[in-house]
Design a protein. Structure first.
Length: 100
């Protein structure tokens, strides 16, 4: 826990708990929302894993990013998650979206 707090520049265990809670809620919510979206686009497992899973992942990724910042804001950790998102997008090669 100490390494994680130091890496993320977190001071309290409460703040760490909130951040981990936001990650959990965000992941669960994004995965849950992917089900009706795949049904809406009529993408099913019967089409083959090579179509279904890449499509589902491509749907979950932007939803996850939006939810992460939203739930971070709801729980009072917007600044942490906004910086986290920018760092993640830079690593994905999309850093041009943000000024340094």
């Amino acid at each position: 826990m100490k390494k994680l707090k130091k890496r993320w520049n977190i001071e309290t265990n409460g703040q760490l708990f909130i951040i981990l809670l936001v990650f959990a809620i965000t992941g669960s919510s994004a995965a849950k929302l992917a089900v009706p979206l795949t049904e809406f686009f009529e993408i099913t497992k019967e089409m083959g894993w090579y179509i279904y899973w890449p499509f589902r992942i491509l749907i979950i990724l932007p939803i996850y990013k939006l939810f992460l910042v939203f739930f971070g804001w709801v729980f009072g950790e917007f600044a942490f998650f906004w910086d986290f998102e920018k760092k993640m997008l830079r690593r994905m090669g999309l850093g041009f979206l943000f000024k340094k």
